[in-house]
Each structure stands twice: as C-alpha cells, then as structure tokens.
Design a protein around this ligand. Structure first.
Ligand SMILES: *[C@@H]1O[C@H](CO)[C@@H](O)[C@H](O)[C@H]1NC(C)=O
Ligand SMILES: *[C@@H]1O[C@H](CO)[C@@H](O)[C@H](O)[C@H]1NC(C)=O
Length: 339
C-alpha cells in the first residue's frame, strides 16, 4: 500500500500546492561518470550523482518543511535540469535511481538506509497516459520513474527490454522533479548521494514514450486458506500505443500480477522468492503489447498464503509494515503510436 498511498497523497498535494517543495533547496550535482551502454551500442550512459543529502539520526529532529509518511523519515524534493547534468534534446532508453553512502558503498537496508518511496516526474511535460484512470493513482505531470525498497533496486526502460523498439522518453528541456521519503535508521546522522543513471541517445529519436503505474483500488485480498484474487476497475484505452516494457509489483505472499486486454490475459508477471521469503525479482512481459483506442484494460493479482508468508515488515526496520501492507500494480512504459 505504501507506494499507492504515496501516489494518491502526492497527487492530492500537487493539486493544491503545485510547487510542493519539501525540505527545499535542490541537491547539487556532485559528479558525473560515463559508463558503457547496456541496451544499444550507439547510446551514451551516464551516472549523475547528486548531494550530499544530510540525514539526521533516526531519533533526531528532521528539518522543518519536509513531509514524510514515515515518522522516522526525511521527506523532500529536488529538481534536476540540464543545468545540473541532464541531457536535453535527447531520448532516454533506461533510467535507474539508487543511493550511495559518503564512503562510496551502496546505501541500503542492511546498512540502515531505506527508501520509503521516491517518485520522479518530468515537470516540463503534461501527463499523457493512453489508459484512463485506475481510480487509485495519478499525477498532472509525466511520470518518469519510481523507487521503493519493496520494489527492489529496479530500472525503468522506455523501449523493449532488448533495446530494439524504436522508442524512448524524449527529454526536450527536462525538469525532473523528485519527491523522496527516505529513512536513516542509524542513530547518528549520515550523508547520502542520489545516483541517477541514464542511458540515452542524442536527439529526439523514435516514438516518444511515457511511464505510469496502474493499480487495483484499496488493499488486495488475502486469505489463509488459498489463493485470493483482486481485480482492478476496467479502464479504457484512450489512444493507440504500445506497451514496450512492463513489470508487475506485488509484495511477499503474492503469486502473480496479470494484465488483461478486452478480457483476455496478455501478460503475467511472477515473483521470484529467495530462501527467506523475500521477492527478489518480478518477471517482465516478454513481448510488446499493442493498445488500440477503445480497448478495455484491467489487471488482477493474487496472494496465496499457503505458498508464501506475508512479511511482517517490508522495510527492514520492523516498525511500519503490517500484514495488510500489500499491493497489486503494474509499472509500465508505453510508446505512442499516434501524433
Ligand atoms: C549505519 O549503521 C550500520 C550498522 O551499525 C553500520 O554498519 C553503518 O556503517 C552505518 N552507516 C553510516 C553511514 O553511518
Ligand atoms: C536536436 O537533435 C537533433 C538530432 O541530433 C539535431 O538535428 C537538432 O539540431 C537538435 N536540436 C537542438 C535544438 O539542439
């Protein structure tokens, strides 16, 4: 529920406070590294590191003005533009956001750092989503990527997973607004850096792509005696598009997330569990999925507690997650087929 609640809340806030600024000033660009591209040989791939962000110790007072959904959290926002390292007039194929500690090591739950959630929007673009509202999430500007510890250290791709589909998220003069809610579980303060990885092509190449999350409404059903399935409302495709990349999102206890088009199952994303009952990976749709204006789109997901336990806590901190902390969602990227 966390990410969904955050999406709802943030879209509500965005309506009345378009300049929602959290703790205020934007993080400066600290370093830029060139990496070898993964999807296409002719692409560029960079790692932009921003910070440092000073995080008070877990029980210390957090700076005013920030907003957190976690009583120990540090909420805030930051904006990145071409002045702080983003490419402009370029086509993003892949992005990933992660964090590192001052000593260069990854900041993660095992060393006391937790991403409650993080949402990134290109505020220079109005939201254009080819599927009507799910009644649970939404935003006025174009979603770009997201993170949450319960969805793992995942990337977002704006072409097919093999990089071949001629589409990408067009950055003209991007203004990437990032809303974060982070927790430092250490007693003492720490400094972290936000790492934004981008693989991109120069110029506006191929079809423009966007990203969105689609969710069931409310808390999904669970039952101790077998599979319990929750279905979303039926949505309508509002313009022709192709889903190029899609990954289901479900929490421990979940067995599958299914996408349906005109009542037919078109993709199933299944979790991989490790020995400790933690989801380490969700499968990705193997083929692009064509959407035609007027199609009906829905999703459903199942939890089966006879197969996998719910986790007491999804955050490694043991203080917030509860057995009702379940979700069923798709994170998906789409390319527009019309103008
Ligand atoms: C946070 O605490 C963990 C566990 O004590 C420790 O391993 C880690 O080095 C600390 N990290 C920082 C940045 O203080
Ligand atoms: C954008 O990129 C295209 C292709 O690389 C190039 O032809 C064009 O001049 C660029 N436009 C601007 C405004 O930089």
């Amino acid at each position: 529920m966390k990410l969904q609640a955050a999406l709802l809340l943030l879209s509500a806030i965005a309506e009345c406070r378009p300049q929602f600024g959290g703790a205020g000033s934007s993080l400066p660009l600290a370093s830029k590294k060139e990496l070898k591209p993964k999807l296409r040989d002719n692409a560029k791939r960079v790692m932009l590191s921003y910070g440092p962000l000073l995080m008070p110790g877990v029980d210390e007072k957090k700076p005013g003005g920030g907003f957190s959904m976690d009583r120990k959290g540090l909420g805030g926002s930051t904006t990145f533009t071409s002045k702080t390292g983003l490419c402009s007039n370029c086509t993003v194929l892949l992005t990933r956001i992660s964090f590192h500690n001052e000593d260069g090591s990854p900041a993660k739950p095992s060393n006391g750092f937790y991403v409650h959630h993080l949402l990134a929007y290109d505020n220079s673009k109005a939201a254009r989503v080819p599927i009507s509202s799910d009644g649970a999430t939404g935003s006025a500007t174009q979603a770009f990527t997201d993170r949450g510890e319960d969805s793992g250290d995942t990337e977002t791709i704006f072409t097919t997973p093999d990089g071949k589909y001629n589409s990408g998220f067009h950055f003209r003069t991007p203004s990437l607004g990032i809303q974060y809610d982070l927790v430092n579980y250490n007693k003492t303060s720490r400094r972290v850096y936000l790492d934004l990885e981008l693989e991109y092509l120069d110029g506006l190449i191929g079809k423009d792509a966007g990203h969105v999350m689609k969710s069931v409404q409310g808390t999904p059903k669970v039952s101790k005696s077998g599979a319990a399935t929750t279905t979303s409302k039926t949505m309508t495709v509002t313009e022709d598009a192709t889903i190029v990349w899609a990954r289901g999102h479900i929490h421990a206890g979940g067995t599958e997330v299914v996408m349906t088009l005109n009542g037919k199952d078109v993709c199933t994303s299944r979790p991989t569990y490790n020995g400790a009952g933690v989801i380490t990976e969700m499968s990705i749709c193997p083929e692009p999925i064509g959407l035609k204006k007027g199609d009906s789109f829905a999703l459903r997901g199942s939890y089966d507690l006879t197969k996998h336990d719910l986790r007491e806590s999804t955050d490694g901190g043991g203080h917030m997650g509860t057995a009702s902390d379940t979700m069923v969602m798709w994170a998906l990227s789409y390319a527009f087929e019309g103008k």
